[in-house]
Design a protein around this ligand. Structure first.
Ligand code: ATP
Length: 296
């Protein structure tokens, strides 16, 4: 596995830290690491980048121990820190070029593509940049050398909704190329849009790991359909679909998992409109594990 964390424990002198964390991330997998402030996400990530030595347990990227091989890890892995400490005196471009030089990068094509994609003026001095602009520089820095493994600590913080969508697209493309991605977040909806699996960390302990697809099959959706005639209502009523309620030509249908059946039956009806409401994946997750919902 490209990322393997085994029994990772780091206990700080104040007794806080992370305790017995174990999980792996496969090739082409996006793993969402979710937890409230202070849960231990950044501490776990710092171990992956070889910035911290575990009290016990091991952390490996591509079979290399992250602490012992920290120089190699830091050069090759695409890393976006939670708080980027930039050299404020530089422009974005100067900073990215410095980093490209340190990584012996020969081509700047991908750097240019990413800058165009995230639409920002790379010649602005970093000290004059907004939080979102700095975050964009950090994203370009993490992706521009086309790394096989990406470790992203709250990558969308400071980005507006349009830029968040562009970021989600980028993650999906990288995943299709077989890249291994670990990203932390406070927000379940962001993990839901990007990840294959989600791991929840609380109080320094990994309390649950689940496949997003599995949560989606448990998720119930309510389709609010307005049909064209009474006959359409009869078709729906006589079908195996689960009808929640009917009000004249408007019918509410609950669907869990089997969307094909819904589409087939509905395609025999005249339709004026369809709206869909869905149960929040976070609620399903919390219900599943009987946890309180404070993981935002
Ligand atoms: N160097 C340190 N010395 C002592 N305690 C620390 C140190 N670094 C982190 N901690 C503590 O360890 C716990 C985990 O912190 P961490 O920064 O990993 O959380 P996080 O999940 O990344 O939170 P956030 O979402 O706020 O960034 C916190 O209680 C924090 O105060």
């Amino acid at each position: 596995m490209p990322i393997t964390i085994n029994g990772l424990t780091k206990e700080f002198s104040n007794g806080k830290g992370i305790f017995d964390i174990s999980f792996t991330v496969a090739d082409g997998e996006v793993f969402g690491f979710l937890g409230p402030n202070g849960a231990g996400k950044s501490t776990t990530i710092r171990h992956l980048m070889g910035f911290m030595k575990p009290t016990s347990g091991s952390v490996e990227i591509n079979q290399l121990d992250c602490w012992k091989n920290s120089a190699e890890i830091q050069k090759s892995v695409g890393y976006l820190p939670g708080e980027t400490a930039f050299l404020e005196g530089m422009t974005g471009k100067e900073f990215l070029n410095l980093l490209a030089g340190m990584r012996n990068m020969k081509h700047t094509k991908r750097q240019k593509e990413l800058i165009e994609r995230f639409q920002f003026n790379v010649n602005t001095p970093i000290r004059k940049m907004s939080k979102g602009m700095k975050q964009k520089v950090g994203i370009v820095a993490a992706f521009m050398h086309d790394p096989e493994v990406l470790i992203l600590d709250e990558p969308t913080s400071g980005l507006d909704p349009l830029m968040q969508s562009i970021f989600v697209e980028l993650i999906s493309e990288e995943k299709d190329k077989g890249k291994t991605i670990l990203m932390s977040s406070h927000s379940f909806s962001e993990i839901d849009r990007t990840s294959d699996r989600v791991g929840i960390i609380k109080g320094g302990e990994l309390v649950a790991i689940e496949e997003i697809r599995k949560l989606q099959t448990i998720q119930r959706k309510i389709f609010d359909v307005t049909v064209k005639s009474e006959e359409d209502i009869t078709i729906i009523r006589n079908s195996p679909l689960e009808v929640l309620q009917t009000e004249q030509l408007r019918v509410q249908i609950t669907v869990q998992g089997d969307y094909e059946q819904f589409v087939k039956i509905i395609s025999n009806c005249g339709i004026n409109s369809i709206d869909v409401h869905h149960q929040n994946l976070e609620d399903i997750f919390m219900h599943f594990y009987e946890m309180d919902g404070d993981s935002k």
